[in-house]
Design a protein around this ligand. Structure first.
Ligand SMILES: *Cc1c(COP(=O)(O)O)cnc(C)c1O
Length: 217
């Protein structure tokens, strides 16, 4: 099942688009099966779950953090993850920078955009992104590589399209700033029900859970 799902998704993936298997609540064994089927990147929402899966799967895949990262988890997170997709505050940037320096690492991050402007959700508001970026580029042990968004949840993925378009426009705008030392390359958006729309609108990372592993229990 997992193997078949991964094969189907990978076979239909346009060139230049990377698949992240969103693995929250899945067992290390399920994650290993996805890896063996060809998944190159695992997305984890929880540091502890990732540590457990990492023990089994290790460096066979890259690990992306895609949940809300609490500052007291950053020290552990920088040991496991190859990218943090959910940078959403300067306090968090400061902590990632500090802990990455202690690990002798430079951590790639994406800025999480609250594209729906929803006050109860995490992420930088679209209109604040440029200023946020200017303030966050100064950290030496953290490298901003692009943007990530969830967007509001919809039954019909067409309703997500305007939020993907807005995030792509932001992506193009910050790319065009050509800030020295900053290479804006990744745009992570789209999940099981919306990834096709997201790819049409310029996503080059998609994060898929249900369509790989089945419904969450
Ligand atoms: C769970 C999750 C996904 C994947 O959701 P599915 O609908 O199961 O594909 C993608 N991104 C994030 C941040 C998630 O938490």
């Amino acid at each position: 099942m997992i193997e078949e799902n991964v094969s189907k998704i990978l076979a239909a993936l346009p060139e230049g688009v990377e698949l992240v298997a969103a693995a929250k609540t899945r067992t290390p064994e399920e994650i290993l099966r996805a890896a063996d089927a060809g998944v190159k990147i695992i997305g984890e929402n929880y540091v502890q779950e990732a540590q457990r899966a990492f023990e089994l799967v290790g460096h066979k895949v890259k690990w992306h953090f895609i949940g809300h990262l609490q500052r007291n988890k950053v020290k552990k997170a920088v040991k496991v993850f190859d990218m943090i997709e959910t940078l959403d505050s300067l306090d968090l940037a400061k902590e990632i920078d500090k802990r990455s320096a202690q690990e002798g690492k430079i951590m790639p991050v994406l800025i999480e955009i609250n594209s729906g402007g929803e006050p109860q959700k995490f992420g930088v508001m679209p209109e604040e992104t440029e200023r946020f970026l200017q303030e966050a580029v100064g950290f030496k042990n953290m490298k901003i590589k692009g943007l990530m968004t969830m967007g509001p949840a919809f039954g019909n993925p067409e309703n997500a399209r305007p939020f993907f378009v807005e995030t792509k426009n932001l992506f193009d705008r910050i790319k065009s700033l050509e800030i020295p030392g900053v290479e804006i390359h990744y745009l992570s958006m789209g999940m099981t029900n919306s990834y096709k729309v997201a790819i049409e609108e310029g996503a080059n990372i998609i994060r898929i859970g249900t369509k790989i592993f089945g419904p969450r229990g």
